[in-house]
Structures are given as structure tokens and as C-alpha cells.
Design a protein around this ligand. Structure first.
Ligand SMILES: C[S@@+](CC[C@H](N)C(=O)[O-])C[C@H]1O[C@@H](n2cnc3c(N)ncnc32)[C@H](O)[C@@H]1O
Length: 480
């Protein structure tokens, strides 16, 4: 009996000791984690204050010095690992292709030092992503973009909760007020309208004087000299201008044939989008623009539906690669890797635009709803917008989009009283007298989500908001 009792006590002691050890180990892990976080934060602050060389020679020398110093520091043993990591991190800041250098580091420096450099780099990227939402959208847009938790009862813990981003007003508005106006990142006419009655840049209907661009193989027409020169700078010189030095017309014509032959505007929008990014980068260098974020940073943050790569897309990718590789060295890989992502984002987040005067007149007279869909038969073209891309849908929306200047400039108009802090929503589909089931079916078919706006929730409570297929959320890091 006593032996049994002793045995039980020993077992209890052992359990207690194991528990104590586990708690100590966990505290040590936590302490190490905190120490690492403090080191990384302080190191990033220190590096952030430093002025880095700007000339090529200066950068080369700085790079060599930092790498040499890092190597001698880690060679001295563990006590030099943190200082070594800072040197390698600084070297990374001036190296032209940091991702390549990280791969070299992984093979050449001690694992513990590499992990420190890697953590610093990851934290900096995260910080940069968060800071983006402080400066975008700019104050005059009257809105903020904020995360909204999707009410998903299937998610078992907090980490699995889905986040979408929504647009929130920062001011009060009354019905009829214009909340903001914005120009698209890119827009395109329906290809069968190109060169016939509508401006190739701003999509305005042209009734009188037309400006042609003989050098552009796509043969667009423009409503003004300004539209012609902007289109030329932003994308058409890169994509379609007849080159004076080498006759590359074959490559350009293949893209024109693809777009006009199949009457599809998305390859053109994507081509313009790639060209626009090249233009932005070139401008940044030429004008010494300090702007930290580019359109690419912005688009990265949008969610999209992953599309299957069919023969059509393969053809689009090949044609675009073939054309742009001759003009922008090194762009081929970028196009191969990102084309489907851009296609998914552009198709999913664009808006249909109708600039035909007759159409706008009838809309104003009948007060017909404007919808988000960019592929119905009544549109002149489509546009992809910075802020408006983030709007969520509601079957009882508080805003509406319109194109009051009868061109691609989009206005967001309040249709209900709005208070600062309210989420702004518009309708992706025509609501009319359709019942909840039909509205949900249409949204599910076209947009792949089950609507849980208050109007739907009221009619049919108890549904999960998340019923989406193939979603890719960039910030969750699960994209291509
Ligand atoms: C065109 S995207 C809009 C951009 C998106 N809010 C983001 O975070 O990038 C549409 C997606 O927003 C979410 N969404 C918008 N309106 C919704 C609604 N009424 N009910 C549920 N989800 C909605 C869904 O995830 C949908 O697939």
C-alpha cells in the first residue's frame, strides 16, 4: 500500500517537474523571441536612419565593405552574429537584385546569421505593406481602405478568419454628393469600337474632330491632343509604335490581331498595364521621383480569382512576351509568372464603362441602376481603378458609380445619407425586384461569393459569408 502511495507520489513529482520544465522552456522560447524582435526592430531603425550611396561605384564599394565586415564578424564566433547580420542586411539594400543575393546568403553564411537577415527583410516588407494603407488613398479621396473580417462560422480559430478589404468614408455625405472621382490605372474600349467613334484613351464618344495616330499600329482615334500624347507616353509607344530602327511590325500586328480578331479587351488592358508599369519605372528614374509605391505595389494587394490557363491564355502570354521582350529586356520571365495573376485581378476588379451619349441620357432619364459588370453588351469599355476596386457589394447599397464627364473618369456618388466611418458599398448587379435567391445566384455565378449583405441576411439568416472558390489573397501569401 505504502509502495503504491510512494509510486503515485513519484509519478506526481515527475509530472510536476515535467510541467515546470515545459513552462521554463516555453518562457525561454518567448524570451528568445522577444529578444529577437527587439534586435530586429532596433536594427531596422538603425539601418533606416543611414544614408546609402547613390552612385553605382559608391554602391559597389559599400556592398563589398559590408560583406567583408560581415564575414569577419561571424568568423569571430556567435557574439558577432547580430552585427554580422546588420552588415549583410545593409549590403542587401544596395544590391540590384536582393532576392538573388538572399539565395547566395543562404548557401554561404551561417544559418543563424542568415535567419536574422531573413527576419529583418520579412519585417521590413510587412512594415512597408502596413504603411501603404496610411498614405493610400490620399486624403482628398475622402475614404480609407480597412480590413473587414468575413463572418465565417467554418473557421475554427482566429488565424483562419478571412479578411477582405472594404472602403470606408471619412466624412459625412448626403444623397447626391460626389464622394470622389478617379481616373483608371488602365482602361480599354471594346475592340470593335477602336478607331470608330470613341477615343482610344479616355473612351469619350467623338462626334466631331478626330485626332489620328498614323504611327500606332492599333489605329486608335483620340478626342484631344492631350489624350493622344498621354496614351503615347503611358503605353502606346511601348506597345504599338512602328519602330524606326528595326522593323518589328510582325510582333505588334500579332497582338493587334489577337485583340481585334477575337474582340477581347483584356489582353489589351493587360498589355497596357505592363507597359504602364514600365513607363512608371522609367519616369521615376528620369524625373528622380521619390514615390515609394508603384501601381504594382497597389495591385499586389487586391484579391483575385485564380483562372485556369487555357490555350487562349498561353497564346496571349506568348504574343505579349514576344512583343515586349524586344523592347524591355528581362521582362519575359515577369510576364510568364504574372500574366494569369494580372488577368485574374483585372477581370475580377474592373468596371464596365458606358460613355455613349445616348446611353447616359437614357440612364439619367430612367434613373436606371449602374452595375459593376464589365462584360455586358451595353458597355463601351472597361476600366481598372485604384480605390474603387476595393468596393464590396450590397443589395441595398449606399453609393453608385457614374461617368458624368462621359469618359473613363469614374465618380462615386452617395445614394443614402453616409456618416464618417460607414462602409461604402455599391451593387455589382442589377437589384430591381429580384428576390434574395436570384440575387445570390447571380453573384455566386459571376463573382463566386455568397452575399451576406444586411438585405440578404435579413431574408435568409444563418448562411456563411464565405462561399468563395479559388480565392487568392495576396497578403495571406497564398498567391502564385
Ligand atoms: C471584387 S472583390 C472586391 C475587393 C475585395 N473587397 C478585396 O478585399 O480585395 C469582391 C470580393 O469582396 C468580397 N465581398 C464583396 N461584397 C460582398 C458581400 N456582399 N458579401 C460577401 N462578400 C463580399 C468577396 O470576397 C468578393 O469575392
Amino acid at each position: 500500500m505504502t509502495r503504491l502511495l510512494e509510486g503515485k507520489l513519484v509519478k506526481k513529482d515527475k509530472k510536476r517537474a515535467a510541467k515546470l520544465k515545459k513552462a521554463k522552456d516555453e518562457a525561454k522560447v518567448e524570451e528568445d523571441r522577444n529578444r529577437l524582435a527587439t534586435f530586429v526592430r532596433e536594427a531596422l531603425d538603425e539601418v533606416g536612419k543611414e544614408d546609402f550611396p547613390e552612385t553605382v561605384e559608391g554602391k559597389e564599394k559599400f556592398f563589398m565593405d559590408q560583406v567583408a565586415m560581415g564575414e569577419s564578424l561571424f568568423a569571430g564566433g556567435e557574439s558577432g552574429y547580430q552585427s554580422a547580420a546588420i552588415c549583410f542586411y545593409k549590403a542587401l539594400k544596395v544590391y540590384p537584385s536582393p532576392v538573388e543575393l538572399i539565395m547566395i546568403y543562404q548557401k554561404t553564411i551561417p544559418e543563424a546569421v542568415f535567419n536574422l537577415v531573413y527576419t529583418m527583410m520579412s519585417l521590413e516588407i510587412k512594415k512597408r505593406q502596413e504603411e501603404y494603407w496610411e498614405i493610400f488613398p490620399s486624403n482628398e479621396m475622402n475614404v480609407k481602405i480597412q480590413p473587414v473580417e468575413i463572418n465565417d462560422s467554418k473557421a475554427s480559430d482566429d488565424k483562419e478568419k478571412l479578411i477582405r478589404r472594404g472602403v470606408f468614408s471619412i466624412k459625412d455625405f448626403k444623397p447626391g454628393d460626389v464622394i470622389y472621382e478617379e481616373k483608371p490605372i488602365v482602361s480599354a474600349l471594346d475592340p470593335n469600337l477602336e478607331g470608330g467613334g470613341f477615343c482610344g484613351y479616355c473612351l469619350r464618344e467623338i462626334k466631331e474632330k478626330v485626332i489620328e495616330d498614323e504611327d500606332d499600329l492599333f489605329r486608335p482615334i483620340y478626342c484631344s491632343e492631350k489624350c493622344r500624347s498621354t496614351a503615347s507616353a503611358e503605353y502606346s509607344t511601348i506597345l504599338f509604335k512602328k519602330p524606326t530602327t528595326s522593323p518589328l511590325t510582325d510582333k505588334e500586328s500579332r497582338l493587334v490581331d489577337l485583340i481585334k480578331g477575337d474582340n477581347v479587351k483584356y489582353p489589351l488592358m493587360i498589355a497596357r498595364f505592363f507597359a504602364r508599369m514600365v513607363y512608371e519605372e522609367t519616369e521615376k528614374v528620369a524625373q528622380k521621383i521619390e514615390e515609394e509605391y508603384t501601381t504594382y505595389d497597389h495591385v499586389e494587394k487586391l484579391r483575385y480569382l485564380e483562372l485556369p490557363v487555357t490555350e487562349r491564355e498561353q497564346r496571349e502570354i506568348e504574343i505579349l512576351k514576344d512583343l515586349l521582350a524586344s523592347k524591355v529586356p528581362g521582362i519575359e520571365e515577369f510576364i510568364s509568372e504574372r500574366y494569369m495573376m494580372f488577368k485574374g485581378k483585372l477581370e475580377y476588379n474592373s468596371y464596365g464603362i458606358n460613355t455613349a451619349k445616348e446611353y447616359n441620357k437614357s440612364i439619367n432619364e430612367s434613373k436606371e441602376e449602374t452595375v459593376r459588370n464589365s462584360s455586358n453588351s451595353q458597355i463601351t469599355g472597361a476600366g481598372f481603378y485604384h480605390v474603387t476596386s476595393f468596393f464590396a457589394h450590397s443589395c441595398d447599397p449606399n453609393t453608385q458609380i457614374s461617368f458624368p464627364s462621359e469618359n473613363h473618369v469614374l465618380s462615386v456618388i452617395a445614394t443614402k445619407p453616409i456618416k464618417a466611418g460607414d462602409e461604402l458599398k455599391l451593387s455589382y448587379i442589377k437589384i430591381g425586384d429580384y428576390d434574395t435567391k436570384s440575387r445570390r445566384e447571380e453573384l455566386l455565378k459571376k463573382w463566386k461569393f455568397l452575399c451576406l449583405c444586411p438585405k440578404c441576411a435579413e431574408d435568409d439568416p444563418g448562411e456563411d459569408e464565405d462561399d468563395e472558390e479559388n480565392w487568392v489573397d495576396e497578403d495571406e501569401g497564398s498567391s502564385s
